[in-house]
Design a protein around this ligand. Structure first.
Ligand code: ATP
Length: 219
């Protein structure tokens, strides 16, 4: 589904590339973890495949179409959903309105369908009472489940997450990763998670480590 070909990136003020000549393939129905020490470039890599920045070398292809041909704005709107460590929800809205807004912006199949949004939230343990409160009244684990529900309510087949369990305790971490596995397996999405936690990575179908500018497959 998603392929990198000779991918390389460096920041203008750095003489060395962060990574180079990266050739990876990510499939739907599978989850992938990217491990690596702090500063190796995991977030940068994720920002490239999320269409938030452009590669300095090589290409990214979605179903054999070049991202630069699709256009990053179109790609971000329709093809990729992002989950951040800090949840990045609209804090002045309810979970329900967060989902409805994302569905409208991305022109999702179920845009405007309140019952679909409530069902999706309910599947993640956010009942109607919680779904209609302000998100700031929810715990961190609950807010991250809303962020995951948002990716489920939109149609993008690619879900990328940057340290999604970074702010969560052990139980919520397990739950969140289990939900990502469900998204990959039951909803046939491609899930790519950056994490520095080996336990989290071990629950994904595939594991890579970013080290010395290269990705090594661990499992
Ligand atoms: N906008 C920027 N301009 C210059 N250098 C940057 C910029 N963003 C990140 N870097 C540097 O690039 C390197 C890789 O950063 P990145 O955030 O991708 O690493 P990471 O592996 O995700 O780290 P962490 O696990 O700590 O989040 C770091 O040395 C960082 O300081």
């Amino acid at each position: 589904m998603l392929k990198t070909e000779g991918l390389g990136y460096w920041y203008q003020d750095k003489s060395e590339p962060l990574f180079q000549d990266i050739n990876l393939t990510f499939e739907v129905g599978q989850s992938y973890a990217i491990l690596g020490h702090s500063g190796t470039g995991k977030t940068t890599f994720l920002s490239l495949i999320a269409g938030l920045d452009k590669p300095k070398a090589g290409d990214i292809l979605l179903d054999d179409r070049l991202l630069k041909k699709i256009g990053l704005t179109t790609y971000r709107r329709h093809d990729v959903s992002i989950v951040f460590q800090a949840y990045n929800l609209f804090t002045y809205m309810s979970p329900l309105n967060n989902l409805l807004t994302a569905m409208a912006i991305t022109e999702a199949e179920h845009a405007g369908d309140k019952h679909f949004a409530l069902r999706t939230l309910n599947d993640l343990g956010i009942n109607e009472d919680l779904a209609t409160r302000n998100v700031q009244h929810l715990s961190g684990g609950q807010q991250q489940r809303v962020a995951i529900a948002r990716t489920m309510a939109c149609d993008a087949q690619l879900v990328v997450a940057d340290e999604p369990t970074g702010n969560l305790d052990e139980d919520n971490t397990k739950e969140v990763i289990a939900q990502f596995q469900k998204i990959a397996h039951d909803r046939q999405k491609c899930v790519i998670i950056v994490t520095h936690e080996p336990d989290v990575a071990a629950q994904c179908d595939h594991q890579y480590r970013l080290e010395n500018k290269q990705f090594t497959q661990l499992a």
